[in-house]
Design a binder for this molecule. Structure first.
Ligand code: SF4
Ligand code: SF4
Length: 399
């Protein structure tokens, strides 16, 4: 399914584990009165029990491409502080012990580590459900066969254009488009669940429809994320690449993108508002977290603050006691003073990490979230008034 409405990251709060939940958790869920699908109930339970059901592990910051909007600064070379294979194995054991179910392995470019398949093998031996995020350029037939043997759940490949010209100009590496496309085809041939991941920005906006067509042609689902993040050194130059107001609204309105999520019903919006106010800011630090290439533990990969480092403390200690995690777990949306009364709240995808970067306060309103919510509201209003004739909710996008 397309990532829609926009989130700041494809890793936000929407991950569902699908393997080997801890037995006591299954029991608790089985006893629950609720009639939600089992996996949703498991996730709900992990939130209540603050179990890190999903972890993003950035196993390296190295990358063989040089994407213009990349948030990882210094990705062109290995760093002496990079975790060794033995250290990674030790961390994976701690994550399994903590109840983590789902592991997203990313980077940098994870396949730029010569020992990456050993990491995957070890993670599978601990029964993690594995999702890999890659630029696809280092994946050949032998690698794909090994991923198949290891029963990796999904591989997401970044595609930043529907043509080599656009994609390669964003990655700044000629040939990267054809290699990414080849990886997607190889994955599909082996029956590995693949996904096209596209950050939609000014540079490739003109090709998003062609990417959807490519997705249909390859029979591989796509996900669009229309939010370019700041870099991890705090610089904001990348934000210039975000869609213009008109482009953003055109994307939101596109009837071929999938079922609309913009509610027209004011009662529904009010219900959603009350629910949101009582909810966590997001699930970062509540039921998932990020581990970076040097052992730092963060609420998520966008977050500009570190909760601890695994070379100094155990995962359990950091997850349970780090003041940053405790603060995030205790925070609710209603604690953001400007947002509490804001009528756009149900349409807003405010992100604590971006708030911390843009405003220096994870719990405050910030300009880019308010802008996105305003644009979503303009589209919603034009639909309510009937002025927007472009949208047709009867059409569905690919799943
Ligand atoms: S639109 Fe702005 S003020 Fe309103 S909820 Fe979102 S971040 Fe807060
Ligand atoms: S802090 Fe922002 S980017 Fe990170 S998980 Fe929360 S909403 Fe997503």
């Amino acid at each position: 399914m397309p990532i829609w409405p926009p989130t700041n990251s494809n890793f936000c709060c929407s991950r569902i584990p699908n393997n080997n939940p801890p037995p006591d958790l299954v029991q608790t869920v089985a006893n629950s009165e609720k009639k939600l699908p089992l996996l949703f109930r498991i996730v709900e339970e992990t939130v209540k029990k603050t179990i890190p059901h999903s972890v993003i592990f950035e196993v390296t910051r190295r990358c063989n491409l040089d994407c213009v909007m990349c948030y990882v600064v210094g990705h062109d070379s290995a760093h002496p502080d990079e975790l060794s294979l033995q250290e990674i194995k030790g961390i994976l054991a701690q994550l399994a012990e903590a109840g983590a179910l789902r592991l997203n392995l990313s980077g940098g470019e994870p396949f730029s580590r010569p020992d990456f398949l050993e990491i995957v093998e070890h993670a599978r031996s601990l029964a993690f459900n594995i999702d890999i995020t890659t630029n696809g350029t280092l994946i050949g037939p032998a690698t794909v066969r090994r991923l198949k043997e290891l029963a990796v759940w999904r591989v997401s490949v970044s595609l930043l254009g529907a043509t080599a010209k656009t994609h390669d100009s964003i990655t700044q590496r000629p040939g990267s488009f054809s290699r990414a496309l080849n990886a997607l085809k190889l994955l599909n041939e082996q029956g590995i669940k693949a996904r096209i991941k596209t950050l939609v920005m000014k540079q490739n906006f003109g090709e998003y429809r062609e990417i959807m067509a490519l997705s249909r042609e390859l029979d591989i689902p796509y996900s669009f994320d229309p939010t370019v993040s700041s870099r991890n050194d705090g610089s904001l130059d990348t934000l210039e690449m975000n869609l213009t107001d008109d482009q953003f609204k055109e994307l939101v309105r596109d009837p071929t993108l999938g079922p609309g999520t913009l509610s027209l019903d004011s009662k529904e919006l009010e219900g959603s508002r009350q629910e949101r106010l009582a909810g966590h800011m997001c699930k970062a630090g509540v039921s998932f977290c990020d581990i970076s290439w040097n052992g730092n533990v963060l609420p998520c990969m966008q977050y500009p603050e570190i909760a601890g480092n695994l070379r100094k403390d155990s995962f359990e200690t950091i997850w349970r006691d780090a003041p940053l995690f405790v603060k995030l777990r205790n925070a609710r949306k209603r604690d953001a003073p400007e947002c509490k009364e804001c009528e756009l709240l149900p349409l807003c995808f405010r992100c604590p990490a971006t708030a911390a970067i843009e405003k220096g306060d994870a719990f405050s309103a910030y300009e880019s979230a308010c802008r996105t919510a305003r644009l979503m509201d303009e589209v919603r209003r034009s639909r309510v008034s009937g002025a927007d004739t472009q949208r047709d909710d009867s059409q569905e996008g690919p799943s």
